[in-house]
Write a protein that binds this ligand. Structure first.
Ligand code: ZN
Length: 159
């Protein structure tokens, strides 16, 4: 344990109390409304290309969003620039938040992981969030993509 002093303890305590399981015991992720809409705006801005980004936070509650460049510049797939990713990891470490989710958009298809998404899901322990722009109103869904199965994860939008 590193001695981090007692500053900022109250904030952490409050977050610790936040339950991260819904009524049926399934995992869920909490996203502040401002970050939720920021993701949707990012998706719209990059459309028809897919966008991508990383969400950082604590105890299943998102605190920060990082927009990354889709180096594939493609409407059907995405890849995050390794250099940018490193910078985000460093920043998250500095802020003492962990990576909770990777998000990307589907500009023409439903919000469900594509075959490519499944193949490229390297982090089964974090959420994969997909913002679909297929319909007039954007749809946002979260998943855990494991080797054997894909689990739907509940998103709770918090104030
Ligand atoms: Zn996808």
């Amino acid at each position: 344990m590193m001695g981090h002093g007692s500053n900022g303890v109250d904030r952490r305590r409050r977050l610790k109390k936040v339950p991260h399981l819904n009524n049926s015991g399934r995992k869920m992720i909490r996203i502040p409304k401002s970050i939720y809409f920021k993701m949707v705006e990012h998706a719209k801005k990059e459309s028809p290309l897919e966008c991508c980004g990383i969400l950082g936070g604590r105890d299943h509650a998102v605190e920060k969003a990082f927009e990354l460049q889709n180096v594939d510049q493609s409407p059907v797939r995405y890849a995050m620039a390794p250099q940018e990713q490193l910078k985000v990891f460093e920043e998250m470490e500095k802020d003492a938040v962990e990576m909770l989710a990777i998000y990307h958009s589907h500009t023409h298809t439903i919000p469900f992981p594509s075959e490519t998404d499944v193949k490229l899901a390297f982090y089964p322990e974090i959420s994969s969030i997909i913002i679909s722009l297929k319909e007039k109103d954007p749809v946002v869904k979260a998943f855990r993509i494991g080797k054997e199965a894909i689990y739907l994860e509940e998103i709770e939008v918090i104030p």
